[in-house]
Write a protein that binds this ligand. Structure first.
Ligand code: FES
Length: 595
């Protein structure tokens, strides 16, 4: 962090909030609110005289309320920049009658009560989202007694206690009597791996954090009785299993089972009742202190940032990467990358690795001074465009602008367009084309595939990233599926124009399938939401025309779901077999008349 603060080409905005961000790769405008520090940050030497003089005492957030700070303070000892700041909502003010003691104490005259918040606009080429995490608050798990019993602390609070720079100078003192406990218990998976008690995912860091704490304790207090209540220990990093085994060898008692109840006696000692699932016995453990190994949640700012930048979230609420294997640090929006727990729970090593990868990806994009974009992008045919603005509405990347008022044709920003093709599918005037996936190209594929014996074919549209890959996976896994399936690949299911579907039926297809990534997994943010709406619309039209809507199916198939792809195709084959020749010819006649 110190290096970042000193780097001539890094501008660090502390105490700042991102208000808004607009633009696209190579050309983002970030509007930042820089909050007033009330201390001149370049002149303050962090001598601390002001804090000594300040009469206001507040809980210190960095030490999780286990110590106190003043209204003028440095957030933590190694904070960058090394300058104090005033929390103006706590400060008594610069009125000498009321206070103003810090101003008197500061020899350098760094304190300035006339400072005000500033709004700054920065132009940036790429963005790395590294918004961190939120620790889980275990208060709702009443059986553990957190906040009811002072000697029940979270792993974060305990971390501050055993830190040499922490409020107790590194001594793991009990909050009630400030004595070193003789016995400590750790409860794992608090707020993790249970959908009804926090989050369903594993928080990744808690096992190793507990093992590290047990090693620190055993090093300083070899006779301390340490118990770890766990479900299973996940020590899969480099050297982690060794640390776990060392902790066991040092006498740490690992008990498989979580406490059912925690009670406190008159001496503030804790009575922990646990069902040991290894021995199937109910055990009662007397402990001086209990540490809850709390899980990780997405940072509070995640949702706001997601809306601002048009990013995707996983069902767990973390940011979704463009591809879990091939683009693990890229967002679906070009020029945006992820680092650290913004993307998923991870430890320091993984966060550093990901941050290095994200900065390398950003540098790779920017170092040329220009960007090269994929040729698969949309193009507006101005002579056909009626400036209705539909394309602007459906574009997940905000890559299209259209002056609807003055009836000017829509304009596609080639740098921002990712090539999902939703605009081309939704344009009511066929005024947008998708390069490499043009309507003519796809229509020709439909015609070619249904040229012979169309009544025996299953026409399937599959998105490049999931369903098509699912078909591939079914193939390499040697999973059998009906041989009469004819697949047309589009980059996204959002590209499947309703005209393609009608053309399929017009050419005699008994059934048509549109398939894509699962909702929330679309590689073009939310383009498949439009697919869903479009298919629903076509089905309604089919019903009005007297065609059976079941003949048009929509299925979400991921790249890993080869078996599902095969099953969906088997179901399609059953549907196909139920469509009579008569039904097909009636459809063909009807649709030819309608054309
Ligand atoms: Fe698969 Fe959009 S990329 S549905």
């Amino acid at each position: 962090m110190t290096d970042v603060g000193r780097h001539p080409r890094i501008t660090l905005y502390t105490m700042s909030e991102l208000l808004d961000i607009k633009g696209y790769v190579g050309n983002f405008d970030a509007r930042i609110l820089k909050k007033a520090r009330y201390v001149k940050e370049n002149e303050c030497t962090a001598c601390g005289e002001c804090a000594k003089a300040c009469p206001v005492i507040r809980p210190d957030e960095f030490n999780l309320g286990l110590s106190s700070r003043k209204a003028i303070y440095s957030p933590f000892p190694q904070a960058v920049p090394s300058a104090y700041a005033i929390n103006i909502s706590e400060c008594l003010g610069n009125n000498p009658v009321v206070c103003g003691k810090c101003v008197e104490a500061c020899d350098k005259k760094c304190i300035d009560f006339h400072m005000s918040d500033q709004e700054i606009v920065e132009k940036v080429g790429t963005i790395i989202v590294a918004t961190g995490l939120e620790p889980y608050d275990p208060t709702e798990l009443d059986e553990y007694g957190y906040t009811r019993f002072q000697n029940v602390v979270t792993s974060l609070e305990f971390e501050r206690l055993i830190n040499a720079g922490g409020p107790s100078g590194g001594d793991p003192v009990r909050p009630t009597d400030k004595k070193i406990p003789k016995s400590i218990g750790f409860v794992q998976c608090v707020g993790s791996r249970s959908a009804s008690r926090g989050a369903a995912y594993c928080s990744n860091i808690c096992c190793m954090n507990t093992i590290k704490s047990t090693l620190v304790l055993k090093e300083h207090y070899p006779d301390m009785d340490i118990k770890v209540f766990y479900l299973d220990i996940r020590a899969f990093g480099k050297g982690f299993e060794d640390l776990y085994m060392r902790s066991r060898r040092l006498g740490v008692n690992y008990i498989r089972g979580f406490p059912g109840t925690v009670e406190e006696d008159e001496n503030k000692n804790l009575r922990v009742t646990v069902e040991n699932t290894a021995s199937s016995k109910l055990e009662i453990h007397e402990l001086d202190m209990l540490v809850l190994a709390i899980g990780i949640k997405p940072a509070e700012s995640t949702r706001k940032l997601q809306e601002m930048l048009g990013l995707q979230l996983t069902p767990d609420g973390f940011f979704l990467e463009a591809h879990p294997k091939l683009q693990p640090v890229d967002a679906a929006t070009r020029g945006i990358f992820y680092a650290g727990c913004a993307e998923a729970p991870k430890d320091i090593k993984e966060s550093v690795t990901q941050a290095s990868a994200a900065s390398a990806r950003a540098i790779r994009l920017m170092h040329k001074g220009h960007i090269t974009s994929e040729p698969i992008i949309s193009e507006v045919m101005e002579e056909r465009c009626k400036s209705c603005g539909r394309c602007v509405e459906v574009c997940p990347y905000k890559a299209i602008t259209c002056d609807v008022k003055n009836k000017k044709p829509a304009v596609v920003n080639a740098a921002a367009c990712a090539g999902c093709g939703t605009c081309a599918a939704e344009c009511p005037f066929d005024a947008i084309e998708m390069n490499h996936f043009t309507s003519i190209q796809i229509m020709n594929q439909v015609n070619a595939l249904l040229e012979e014996k169309p009544q025996e074919k299953i026409l399937a549209f599959a998105c490049n990233w999931c369903s098509y890959a699912g078909a591939d996976y079914a193939g390499v896994s040697r999973i059998q599926y009906p041989a009469n399936v004819r697949v047309i690949r589009t980059m996204c299911s959002g590209r499947v124009d309703e005209d393609f579907i009608w053309e399929g039926f017009r050419k005699g297809a008994p059934v048509v399938l549109v398939s894509g990534c699962h909702i929330g997994d679309c590689h073009y943010i939310n383009a498949n939401h439009w697919t869903e709406k479009r298919i629903e619309k076509v089905r309604k039209k089919m019903a009005k025309l007297g065609l059976r809507p079941e003949r048009l199916q929509l299925a979400w198939i991921s790249a890993a779901e080869g078996a599902r792809f095969a099953n969906v195709m088997k179901e399609m084959e059953k549907l196909r077999a139920a469509v009579t020749e008569n039904e097909i010819s009636q459809t063909v006649t009807l649709l030819k008349e309608k054309k």
